[in-house]
Design a protein around this ligand. Structure first.
Ligand code: NAD
Length: 476
């Protein structure tokens, strides 16, 4: 008998046990933290049926009421912050303060979505006719979230999808399902039954969902490789898609900066969440004139970092979230070592007995063609690259299948001019990661498809419905 507490699926407003469950591991200790239900195909069918049943009434609910219920859902999450952030640190690994930010993003996104009303666009309002476009919900949306920001990313999708009038089936990553399942218990009374369903499962569940004929849209965050599979699977029923995928974001550091202050910001851009951020700075191009002092400042910051269990006071970076990703990052470090690249920090990492810990690691000017430059590392190992020709560096920055974000650090006019030439969805200049609530978030090229956040993100959960009414026909 397992001593772990039981988590449930949320289907049609009911908490449903799994017929079988799978282990969820604490990445700091490698101990089993809990067991999550492994949803069956029949349970997916039941969730789709419940969502389809709930959809017409939810769609017909006045938007002000939907907004109020979504805001109430956010408040229910905020009211249990302490419990939820501890559970999230235990399953994801991030320090408690960061976990609070991740969980706190849910009420924040619910509050933002609750202020958004899709516009009615009037094309013609004349004696002849009224022509107007309404933005109506799509039906049943499936939201698939990753393990790096399990709660924030989920509710970034769920909140606007619900406000727009859809019913939702949320699937967390099998590596981090527990906080999301617990949230299901906490919020289920804030919404009508079936409007939000939550299913955890293993590798088969995602593909079942993206192929399911009863699902109208997939809002997906994850790797580019999986994004391709989602798109392929969605083709069978022409599902609508929003894909937030991987990135290999370049940061370009120009001369004429305050080295210490900029290094501190770039360090955060690269290593926050142990580098497991889709739009983290993943390759840093530093101008020759400032390369040495900039590198020295980054190394100093790396030495001050405290890598450890996220529950311990003073921990700045937690473990890598799962064994698979730990292996991937260690493989990139090993490849750099085998190729004789110089490490400025972190070469002789002691492998801990337990836990997927990797301290900040910095590699000194590896070749542009190296794996650590070309691949998305999604972990705390960072290539620093020296440049002296801005045209050449722009070409390198843009020579990637990815196009998610990027940053430029330097004298403002010069830096902004360079920002305009980066082929990415977002570029930050002399700051990193800010996301105004009306700012569309999305990748170019193979970093994504569609956008999230603000009104542009809300409209992705709708479809245009244009009605043209003649005013020339008299009624009988
Ligand atoms: P992943 O692609 O392995 O998994 C993401 C989710 O998809 C999980 O819930 C998983 O269970 C599910 N899934 C896996 N295979 C599936 C399939 N065939 N069909 C449907 N669903 C499937 O990604 P991950 O390892 O959890 O996350 C890391 C990746 O996510 C990185 O590449 C990162 O850059 C990217 N990411 C992107 C953004 C963004 O907004 N662009 C944000 C966070 C993470």
């Amino acid at each position: 008998m397992s001593s772990h507490r039981t988590f449930h699926l949320l289907i049609g407003g009911n908490l449903v046990p799994g017929e079988t469950c799978f282990d969820v591991i604490n990445p700091a200790t490698e101990a089993v933290l809990g067991r999550a239900p492994d949803a069956t195909r029949a349970q997916l069918d039941a969730a789709v049926a419940a969502a389809r049943k709930a959809f017409p009434a939810w769609k017909a609910t006045p938007i002000a009421e939907r907004q109020a219920k979504v805001a109430a859902m956010g408040e229910a999450i905020a009211a249990h912050m302490d419990e939820l952030k501890r559970l999230l640190t235990a399953e994801q690994g991030k320090p408690l303060g960061d976990a609070e930010g991740d969980v706190g993003a849910a009420p924040y996104f619910c509050g933002l979505a609750a202020q958004l009303t899709p516009p009615v666009e009037v094309h013609e309002d004349s004696e002849e006719r009224l022509s107007a476009t309404y933005h109506v919900p799509l039906g049943v949306v499936c939201a698939i979230s990753p393990w790096n920001f399990p709660v924030a990313d989920a509710f970034w999708k769920v909140a606007p999808a619900l406000v727009a009038g859809n019913a939702v089936i949320l699937k967390p990553s099998p590596f981090t399902p527990l906080t999301t399942l617990r949230i299901g218990e906490l919020v289920r009374d804030t919404l009508p039954a079936g409007v939000l369903n939550i299913l955890s499962g293993q590798d088969e569940l995602g593909p079942w969902m993206t192929a399911h004929p009863g699902i109208d849209k997939v809002a997906f965050t994850g790797s580019t490789a999986t994004g391709r599979r989602v798109m392929e699977s969605a083709a069978a029923t022409l599902k609508r898609l929003t894909l937030e995928l991987g990135g290999n974001d370049a940061a370009i550091v120009l001369p004429g900066i305050d080295v210490e202050a900029t290094a501190a910001k770039v360090f955060q851009a690269a290593f926050t969440n142990s580098g497991q951020v889709c739009f983290a700075a993943k390759r840093i191009y530093v101008h020759d004139d400032v390369y040495e002092p900039f590198a020295a400042a980054l190394v100093e910051l790396g030495k001050q970092a405290k890598v450890g269990d996220g529950t311990e006071q003073g921990t700045t970076f937690g473990p890598i979230q799962n064994r698979q990703q730990y292996g991937r990052v260690m493989d990139l470090i090993e490849d750099s070592r085998a190729n004789g690249y110089k490490f400025l920090l972190g070469e002789d990492v002691e492998v801990p007995e337990k836990g997927y810990f990797i301290p900040p690691t910095i590699i000194d000017n590896p070749p542009e063609t190296s794996r650590i430059v070309q691949e998305e590392q999604f972990g705390p190992v960072l290539p620093l690259l020296r440049f002296d020709d801005i045209e050449a560096v722009l070409q390198k920055a843009n020579d990637s299948e990815y196009g998610l974000g990027g940053s430029v650090w330097g004298p403002p006019d010069q830096a902004e001019a360079i920002a305009h030439r980066l082929d990415t969805g977002m570029v930050w200049v002399n700051e990193f990661g800010s996301l105004a609530h009306s700012q569309p978030f999305g990748g170019r090229k193979q970093s994504g498809y569609g956008v999230a956040n603000g009104m542009p993100g809300l409209l992705e959960f709708t479809t245009p419905h244009t009605i043209v009414t003649s005013r020339k026909v008299a009624s009988a």
